[in-house]
Design a binder for this molecule. Structure first.
Ligand SMILES: N[C@@H](CCC(=O)N[C@@H](CS)C(=O)NCC(=O)O)C(=O)O
Length: 212
């Protein structure tokens, strides 16, 4: 049997669940390489050759004909962007050169570049406050308010089209909600409910929980 095109290096309850959700939404041909974070398999020499940061996830792309060597994407948001563009027929990204691409680019960066650092600031306050003008992101409540406002046109961040940006932003905010770190407004509450109802997200959570 031919190997799947994509191999996701994964461990349960890590950011790789977001990449797994994207692969499910895209209907991608993928397999999972299971890591044991407690045993530190993501610090092995073999894995560090794929991702020198020693962090999960990493995605290996064997290419459409299975003959690509050494094509690896790391950073969960980059994996989402890469697969959404590569499997463009899945409609998870507005095509390059269309107007929808502007808002898409913004939201794809907003998750890892704004929401996540703001959430980390709140979860792990610094001993010494950093000057807000030196930080590239606002407070977590302000970062979330931007999402709340954007969703008034909903149901998704780009309006009618569900995209990879809903996976990067929505996945992050769903985690924040699970940890009790999010007070969602009405639009965001509706959005999180809609995200959890998506069959691909449920499949990702189920398949990513433990090896079959
Ligand atoms: N910015 C990276 C962060 C990856 C990351 O921090 N992964 C965590 C799991 S959620 C990890 O591998 N931690 C294990 C470690 O640092 O040893 C991404 O989004 O892919």
């Amino acid at each position: 049997m031919a190997e799947p095109r994509f191999l996701l290096h994964h461990a349960p309850k890590t950011r790789s669940t977001v990449s797994l959700w994207l692969l499910e939404e895209a209907g991608a041909d993928y397999g999972l390489y299971w890591h044991d974070a407690a045993a530190g398999t993501h610090k092995s020499a073999g894995y560090l050759a794929l991702n020198p940061a020693g962090k999960l996830p990493a995605l290996v792309d064997h290419g459409p004909a299975g003959d690509w060597k050494g094509v690896v994407v790391t950073e969960s948001a980059a994996i989402c962007a890469y697969v959404a563009d590569t499997l463009h027929e899945s409609n998870l990204a507005p095509p390059v050169g269309t107007p929808g691409r502007a808002a898409y680019a913004f939201w794809m960066t907003y998750g890892p570049g704004v929401i996540e650092p703001a959430l980390s600031d709140m979860a792990f306050p610094r001993a010494k406050e950093a000057p807000s003008t030196a930080l590239g992101w606002p407070s977590f409540p302000e970062a979330v308010e931007r999402v709340e406002t954007a969703l008034s046109a909903g149901p998704w961040l780009l309006g009618a089209q569900f995209t990879a940006a809903d996976i990067t932003v929505g996945g992050l905010l769903a985690y924040a909600a699970q940890w009790g770190m999010l007070q969602p407004g009405p639009n965001l509450a509706r959005y999180l409910t809609a995200i959890e109802a998506r069959p691909a997200r449920q499949a990702a959570i189920r398949k990513g929980a433990a090896p079959a």
